[in-house]
Design a protein around this ligand. Structure first.
Ligand code: PGA
Ligand code: ZN
Length: 410
């Protein structure tokens, strides 16, 4: 079905910063929308957002990205077949021309790419997960709830960016939601009773200032028990260290605590943490260029733990290929806006499958109300989805969409 026209407009993301939404209209009248989320702890190898600079919105305006969609992108895509997602995405990458998609902007490209997929699904009379994943798209991911926020996502003193509840013992998605929500509320109660802040960070998790990062895990353990679930059996714990933010030459230095580690010391630290707490996953335990460190930690702890590469791979099949050849990490985070188009994200998932890596589909810290990544997670049969705490509308947009898909598939 041919694309009749498309149009971008400015909306705001969950941090109150400008982003863009694209609407695509097909010749049969079907309409699809897509939008661009935005990260705070972005990897250096991510597709680059096109931002205006200057004084408006502190330089974060997106009028140039919008002009690109309403100009050259519209001109090139009008008349193309929306069902040919790969052809559309190749055309987008070609129009941009820069390897980091900085000319038209990764934000302009991903919003357009999602909008085309959404329109094509609607024209075919299918939900997006079925359109992208085919008949075998039937498996719901296990949610990873980011309930304590630190690092760049909160103005507290925690260096680890995300502390997550993973209801690995749930036997359905709705039960996983119940476990996550109950533990989240138990955590709020415990923090409040201890006189700690229950204000939330960018992804809806609490952002208390604590003595040490380990205390966050201690509070979480207590919360799981207080909610009546078994830690390590019903609910496991997970971290996203976003340690690319800690890289300091040959070493690592946590910016808030000031603690310094050599690579081997950091790996020992994680080893000790995983003995003390029921951890099932650590994302970005080391820096984004530290392939060798990822290989070492995967060799040491990868039998027990999921070692997830986010900034390491930036959803880029080439970087994943390099990591898989070494045995660096055993899971890949998939954030479509990191690579810039839907089909490139699907290509990365395909390579992950061939390489025996688990797949974690993920939101960004700055989000929109789009539920598209929920559909993507089901389409590719992702083992996990990371969409923040079970709180705040832009996070629940993804989880609530998965509840809806679960009902459809029942
Ligand atoms: P970001 O954080 O969206 O700020 O990059 C999410 C993550 O690191 O997983
Ligand atoms: Zn991450």
């Amino acid at each position: 079905m041919k694309i009749r026209t498309l149009r971008a407009r400015q909306i705001f993301d969950s941090r109150g910063l400008p982003t863009l939404e694209v609407a695509v209209r097909l010749a049969d009248g079907s309409v699809g929308v897509g939008s661009a989320p935005s990260g705070a702890s972005t990897g250096s190898h991510e597709a680059k957002e096109l931002r205006d600079g200057g004084s408006a919105y502190g330089g974060k305006g997106v009028s140039r990205a919008i002009e690109g969609v309403n100009g050259p992108i519209r001109e090139a895509l009008t008349g193309m077949d929306a069902a040919d997602q790969c052809g559309i995405d190749e055309r987008l990458a070609e129009l941009d021309g820069a390897p980091d998609k900085s000319k038209l902007g990764g934000n302009a490209l991903i919003a357009t790419s999602w909008a085309v997929a959404d329109a094509a699904a609607s024209s075919a009379g299918m939900p997006l997960y079925r359109w992208l994943g085919g008949v075998s798209a039937r498996q719901l991911p296990c949610p990873m709830f980011n309930v304590i926020n630190g690092g760049r996502h909160a103005d507290n003193n925690l260096d680890v960016q995300e502390f997550m509840f993973v209801p690995a013992g749930a036997d359905s998605f709705h039960e996983a939601m119940r476990m996550g929500a109950e533990c989240y509320h138990a955590l709020r109660k415990l923090l409040r009773e201890a006189g700690l802040s229950t204000a939330v960070g960018d992804e809806g998790g609490f952002a208390p200032s604590l003595g040490r990062d380990e205390e966050a895990l201690e509070w979480m353990l207590r919360a799981v028990e207080a909610a009546g679930w078994k830690p390590g059996e019903d609910v496991c714990l997970a971290l996203d260290c976003a340690a690319a933010e800690w890289a300091d030459g040959e070493h690592y230095r946590q910016p808030k605590s000031g603690a310094r580690f050599r690579r081997a010391e950091l790996i020992e630290y994680y080893d000790a943490l995983s003995r003390r707490f029921p951890l099932c996953s650590i994302e970005d335990p080391l820096g984004e260029e530290d392939f060798e460190g990822f290989r070492e930690i995967t060799e040491a702890l990868g039998g027990e733990l999921m070692i997830v590469g986010d900034d390491l791979f930036t959803t880029d099949a080439e970087r994943l290929f390099r990591g898989a050849a070494l045995g660096a990490a055993n899971a890949v985070l998939v954030k479509p806006n990191q690579i810039g188009t839907v089909s490139e994200a699907l290509e990365t998932v395909q390579l992950a499958r061939k390489s025996g890596y688990a797949v974690v589909v993920s939101h960004r810290s700055g989000e929109t109300l789009s539920p598209a990544i929920a559909d993507l997670a089901v389409a590719v049969g992702a083992e996990y989805i990371k969409a923040g705490a079970p709180a705040r509308g832009e996070r629940l947009a993804k989880y609530n969409r998965l509840l809806e898909i679960e009902e459809e598939l029942r």
